[in-house]
Design a protein around this ligand. Structure first.
Ligand code: FES
Length: 150
């Protein structure tokens, strides 16, 4: 085997390894996309103390790789995914207008996560919240991408 043949085989081998990796990533992404949000295994995660979140106030947090928005809605604390259900941009809380806004395609959601305007096909994804004493916990899914961010 001459050097040229060796380099060709090495290149083909490297491309095969990269292709296999890309294919495996694609399978995982498709699986995560098709798996219903509510059916994923979730982990109880502390977010904050309830007295730090006044009525009508929201708090953003990143829990296990999931960006969430915690909102004190009429003294009931609720948690939504900050990922827009349209194409995945980050949603923000507009305290003055008491709505969630997505700047990408000008969508708005009410404080229950229901679509008010814009192209999103469904309401915002919501997480289960548990209040224990003064502590606020949110049940968030294990995030595949977060596990890679070490
Ligand atoms: S990504 Fe949010 S409205 Fe399009």
């Amino acid at each position: 085997m001459n050097r040229r043949n060796f380099l060709e085989k090495l290149l083909i081998f490297a491309l095969g390894i990269v292709s296999a990796g890309v294919f495996a990533e694609a399978i995982v992404v498709i699986y995560r996309f098709l798996m219903p949000f509510q059916k994923r295994k979730t982990l109880k995660t502390f977010v904050c103390f309830s007295n730090n979140l006044l009525r009508g106030q929201a708090k953003e947090a990143s829990l296990r790789g999931n960006k969430i928005i915690l909102l004190n809605n009429e003294d009931k604390i609720v948690a939504f995914s900050a990922t827009c259900p349209h194409l995945g941009c980050s949603v923000i809380w507009d305290r003055k207008g008491q709505t969630f806004l997505c700047p990408c395609h000008m969508a708005a959601f009410d404080k229950n996560g229901q679509v008010l305007t814009g192209p999103p096909p469904r309401p915002m994804d919501q997480y289960r919240v548990l209040i224990e004493g003064n502590s606020v916990f949110v049940f968030v899914p294990e995030n595949y991408w977060a596990q890679r961010e070490v």
